[in-house]
Ligand binder design. Structure first.
Ligand code: UN1
Length: 498
């Protein structure tokens, strides 16, 4: 297939960047196939996108939300029609298996239907006033122009999580996708174009993070930044936004764990661990990277886990028999490799994997063996830092209380899981696990679009995406008082007897 030539999308037109330098995305399963070329935009392109988005905002915000929702309804329908096409390009460009790529597009479709429905709600509140003949209410108002900076690991779902609630709330958007997945972003924006959004409502600027990311974040014409990515970049984004009082939503890393208690259904816990740790080659911010195992089941569970993990088939995601695709890039693979070296130095034992596969058929891609580390202790760096690869560390514990405390003992708090058949422990865990998401008898991955998504501690800045909670990111509350008494009523004074 010839490479896709990607352009920026500004004010309803596909345009090249002002400086005509380009870069490429490549298929991580073979590293040689160029999937797309994309422009390396500069601040001049960002300025043009901001100008278009600002102008469009003036009229888009005035379109009634139920009518804005009709555009989202069309996005849902067109995405459904183009699901297979987008999934195939995603697998080629990003590497995840074709089944998972379909799931990624499906998440976008679900999101579009969900927020289209929100267009007929966007509920505010009415509440009694302290004073007579006076009405009090809150309304959702749009924020303005939103910069959406998105990662490569969910190249359709995450841009949808951000753009669709932003649009239904009446904002205009500038999407800046990851440099690794320009083709996915281009096809998604093509879907928005087909849905007929007025010019300037949806804009796309390609480029490399540090170069135009900062321009976007600092630009005075942008009112809100929504960023998903690493905690390191997230704190830089947050710092700039804090300094200039810009609204910012940060979805950052995770060091998610699955607890397996001695009373758990072991087969179920095993399937959950395999999917949570090695699904998407461990490249999810919700991936399971620690297994906290009760000592009474650790031996049996580990043996079975080793056996099942050894059976996982590595290969190009496009082959339906593949369980685990490649990592996104050689840089990411180097990072994973460094963590394996570190694990060795720290005294962990590599039970399985830990290297680049020897199989010559896999040589040209960025593959890495599914890896199980044993004798991991809670304070090792491999148990504290996000690896973002197919690596899981086993930590032994002797009690439920210890399991909870080990799970909580990292700087992150995104997703968490416990397998137990004891209802009291399940509820106790629900209450005590320090994470934005807790699964009872399910793996740490697999969030659904109509529920809040996000984490505590360094996993974010307190906001939640998805569900109605995303509306709180993308709208401002306006409180309105209507006094129909025809006279001055002084709150806190005229309604008091003393
Ligand atoms: C991410 O990895 O950034 O819950 C998002 C999940 C997916 C989304 C992951 N629905 O695993």
């Amino acid at each position: 297939m010839p490479p896709l030539t990607c352009f920026n999308y500004i004010n309803g037109q596909w345009v090249p960047a002002k400086v005509r330098e380009t870069s490429q995305s490549r298929n991580p399963a073979n590293s040689s196939e160029v999937v797309a070329t994309f422009p390396l935009s500069t601040s001049a392109d960002v300025n043009a996108a901001v100008e278009a988005a600002r102008k469009a905002y003036l009229s888009w915000r005035k379109i009634p939300a139920p009518q804005r929702a009709e555009y989202l309804q069309r996005v849902a329908q067109i995405l459904t029609k183009r699901k297979e096409e987008l999934a195939t390009v995603m697998t080629r460009e990003m590497g995840k298996t074709i089944a998972e790529a379909r799931g990624d597009v499906q998440e976008g479709i679900d999101c579009a239907f969900y927020y289209a429905g929100e267009g007929r709600r966007l509920f505010g509140q009415t509440t009694p006033s302290e004073l007579s003949n006076k009405f009090a209410m809150t309304l959702r108002m749009p924020v303005g122009v939103c910069a959406l900076i998105t990662p490569w690991n969910f190249p359709v779902a995450i841009p949808c999580w951000k753009s669709l609630p932003a649009l239904v709330c009446g904002n205009t958007i500038i999407l800046k996708p990851a440099k690794d997945t320009p083709a996915c972003a281009t096809l998604l924006v093509e879907v928005f174009q087909q849905a007929g959004f007025p010019p300037g409502v949806v804009n796309l600027v390609h480029g490399v993070g540090p170069e135009i990311g900062q321009d976007l974040v600092e630009h005075p014409g942008i009112d809100l930044v929504s960023f998903t990515g690493s905690s390191v970049i997230g704190s830089q984004v947050g710092e700039i936004c804090g300094r200039i009082h810009k609204r910012v939503c940060l979805e950052l890393g995770g060091k998610n764990a699955q607890i397996v208690m001695e009373d758990a259904d072991l087969e179920l816990a095993l399937e959950g661990a395999l999917w949570g740790a090695f699904g998407t080659t461990g490249q999810r911010c919700t991936a399971t990277s620690r297994l906290i195992l009760h000592r009474d089941i650790k031996k049996e569970f580990t043996e079975k886990l080793l056996e099942k993990t050894a059976q996982l088939r590595l290969g190009p995601g496009i082959d339906p028999k593949t369980d685990v695709g490649p990592l996104i890039s050689s840089t990411q693979r180097e990072k994973v490799k460094k963590y394996i070296d570190l694990a060795r130095e720290e005294g962990a034992k590599i039970l399985l994997g830990g290297d680049i596969p020897k199989d010559s058929a896999l040589k040209s891609g960025f593959f890495f063996e599914p890896t199980i580390l044993d004798h991991v202790t809670p304070q090792m760096r491999v148990a504290q830092e996000e690896i973002f690869g197919p690596v899981v560390g086993l930590i032994e514990v002797s009690s439920f209380e210890e399991a909870i405390s080990v799970l909580n003992d990292t700087p992150y708090g995104l997703s968490s899981s416990i397998y137990t058949q004891d209802i009291n422990r399940a509820f106790q865990a629900m209450q005590d696990l320090e994470a934005g998401i807790t699964y009872i008898n399910g793996p740490t991955i697999g969030a659904e679009v109509h529920l809040a998504f996000g984490g505590v501690k360094q996993s974010g800045n307190g906001h939640r995406e998805a569900g109605t909670t995303a509306l709180d990111v993308f709208s401002e509350w306006k409180t309105v008082y209507v006094d129909f008494s025809g006279r001055l009523q002084r709150a806190q004074i005229d309604n008091r007897s003393v």
